[in-house]
Design a protein around this ligand. Structure first.
Ligand SMILES: [Zn+2]
Length: 330
């Protein structure tokens, strides 16, 4: 017990040192102030469309006069999603849209009324069906404070328009990026787009290109986002809405990561690294080589971006690693 306590304290001290060693956060990385008595922030963006955050996750919901349309259900906001809705409308929740299958964005959907109609891309339904497998080695969603979710009752492959009362949301699938099935949810009247886990306003993306499965699709999604006529983007993280400028800034950052990854691939010499490590242990050889590639790309990128975007000093190396692997093998 005592030994565990000491180990814990040492780990905490290590974490504190790491945090204090990080570059100061630029102002653009700061989100809205969260009322501490409530634990969440809710605000109307325009014409009955609201966004909600607890400081780390963001999503939106739309009042229609004939029931609320919820987009996603981040378990970190949890019950406060229901409080946020009740704070601004008496309408019941009638529709739920899943942007994609990841539990950290939807695994509180069991809180919504059981008769709500759940809409998602067909690939999202297929993934959620896999996750409902009772023989799966670990359950879905519990690691982020959620639980199993209702399967979608309505699915689509390309586009789906949801009109309720005098409100409309246009759902579209434009190809694989962060995850197959990750859709665009557009409110044309409000000029608001929700697209999750691509853009991190004021920050570089979450580690490993936001844990995206398709690297080139992930980068291309920035152009897809910009092709919409939107004023505000609900992007899923962190505590504020994104603007077109945020999307363009992150796109420029990623273009630098790709260019610097190519530079690293062209300039870091595999054979000179092999001369140091030898060929006997191929794992050591490739680990040394890939680490050198990633470091070269990160050094070039950090020199330009630390201080402009939050976590450029923390996650650029992981982005370089993901991009370089993609440039090598995809
Ligand atoms: Zn995700």
């Amino acid at each position: 017990m005592f030994k565990q306590l000491i180990t814990g304290l040492v780990a905490l001290a290590g974490a504190a040192t790491a945090a204090s060693a990080a570059a100061p956060l630029p102002d653009v990385a700061k989100g809205v102030a969260i009322p501490q008595d409530k634990g969440y922030f809710v605000e109307e963006i325009a014409d009955g469309l609201y966004w909600v955050t607890e400081g780390v996750y963001t999503t939106m919901f739309l009042t229609t006069g004939e029931g609320v349309i919820m987009v996603d259900a981040p378990p970190s906001i949890g019950q406060n999603l229901l409080k946020a809705v009740a704070e601004v409308t008496d309408e019941p929740i009638k529709y739920v849209i899943y942007t994609h299958s990841h539990a950290d964005h939807i695994a509180a959907a069991g809180l919504y009324p059981a008769d709500a109609i759940v809409i998602a891309h067909e690939a999202t339904k297929a993934r959620l069906e896999r996750m409902a497998d009772p023989d799966r080695p670990a359950p879905y969603g519990v690691f982020v404070g959620g639980a199993a979710v209702p399967l979608p009752t309505v699915t689509f492959s390309d586009t789906y328009t949801l009109t309720v009362g005098d409100q409309t949301l246009e759902l579209a699938y434009r190809g694989d990026d962060h995850e197959p099935g990750n859709i665009y949810v557009y409110a044309p009247r409000q000029k608001v787009l929700e697209k999750i886990d691509i853009v991190f306003p004021g920050w570089v993306p979450f580690m490993d290109l936001a844990v995206s499965e398709n690297v080139m699709g992930y980068i291309k999604a920035h152009d897809e986002i910009l092709s919409y006529d939107f004023d505000k983007l609900v992007s899923g993280h962190f505590g504020r809405l994104a603007t077109r400028e945020d999307v363009e800034t992150q796109k420029a950052y990623l273009e630098d990561v790709v260019a610097n990854g190519l530079t690293a691939l062209k300039t870091v010499d595999f054979m000179s690294i092999a001369q140091q490590t030898g060929f006997d242990n191929l794992a050591v050889l490739f680990d040394t080589y890939l680490t050198a590639l990633g470091r070269k790309c990160a050094d070039l990128t950090e020199a330009k971006w630390v201080g402009r975007l939050g976590a450029a000093d923390v996650w650029t190396a992981s982005h370089c690693g993901r991009v370089i692997e993609s440039l090598r093998i995809d």
